[in-house]
Design a protein around this ligand. Sequence first.
Ligand SMILES: [Zn+2]
Length: 342
Amino acid sequence: MKARTRRPVIALGLIALLFTGFEVATRLERGAIAAQSPIVASDSAIAHRVDRAQLMDDVRTLSSNQFDGRRTASPGGVKARAWIAAAFLSIGLQPAGTSGFTEPFAFTHHSIRGLVTSGRQYTTEYKDAANLLGTLRGSIADAPYIVVSAHYDHLGNDGVHVFPGADDNASGVATLLAAARWFAAHPPRHSFLFAAFDAEEEGLKGSQTFVASGLLPAARMAIDVNMDMVSRNPHNEIFAAGTYQTPWLKPVLQEVQRRSGVKILLGHDRPIHKAGGVEDWTDLSDQGAFHDAHVPFLYFGVEDHADYHQPTDTADKIDPRFFGDVADMIVETLVTLDQQIH
Ligand SMILES: [Zn+2]
C-alpha cells in the first residue's frame, strides 16, 4: 500500500485505539467506584456533631429570595456576605481578612456563557467581590492550619428567574458554619481557617485570590477541606476527592466511614488518561486553587443532579436526614484530621 494511502489508515487506527482506551478506562474507573461498598454506621454509631435544625435554617436562609441568588458583587451577594460575617462574629471566629472578616478583591471576567445567557455579557468588571475569612486558634501554636472552605456565591437572577443555589452552595456554607460552631465549642489542636469564598462561579476567582495573597502562606496550610454541593443524593452517597493525590487521606476516610450515616465514595480525582470519562473534579471547585499551590485537598461533593445550576435548586429538595448525616460526617472528618495530622 502506497505511503500516502497508509497515513489515513494509521490515523484512523490511532483514533480507534484512543477511543477504545478511553472507553476501557471509563468502564474500569466506573467499576472501581461501583465496587466500593462502604458500610454506613447504625444510628447509635453515627458521630453526631452538628445542630441539624440550625443547619437546615442556614441553608434555607442563604437560598432565600432575600439574597437573590447571591451573584458576586450583586446587592444580594453583598447582603449574603454581611450575613455570613455576622455568623462568623456570633460563633466567635477571629477576623482574618484584610478588612475585618472580608478580603475584598476585584477582577475582570470574560465568559463565553455571558454571550448566550440573558442578563450577562462577555466581559464583566467585578469591582466589589470579597472572601470571608475567620480563624480559630488551636492549642499547638506553630502547627499548620486546617482550612475549611465553601463558596457562598451563586448565579444570581437572569431577570426572569432567581437561582437560589440551595445545594450549590448554600449547603457547603451551612456545613462550614456548623463546623465552626463545633470547634468553637471544642477547641482544636490545629488552628482552623474558615473561608467562605466569593466568585467561584466566575472561575474560582475568590480562592485563587486568597491563595495568591499570602495571607496564609501555603507552607502554613496542612490541608484544604472544601465542600461544594453536599446536601442531596438519592443513593445516600457522597464523593470524597483527593485521595489519589494524597493517599494518607484514604485510611482517615475509612475510619470515619465507621461513624458515618452516609456512604463515602472515593473518586473523581484521577486524570483522564487513568479515569477516562469519569470526570476529574480536582479543578472544578475551590480546592483547585489549593492544589495548584501544592496544598493537599479533600473535596466533598455529590454527583450532579437535575437541578444543578437551575432555578429549581431549592431548599425543599434537600433531605434533612441525608444532609445532616453528611454534615456530621464532614465535621467528624475534620475532628479526625485534627487528631491525626502532625
Ligand atoms: Zn458550586
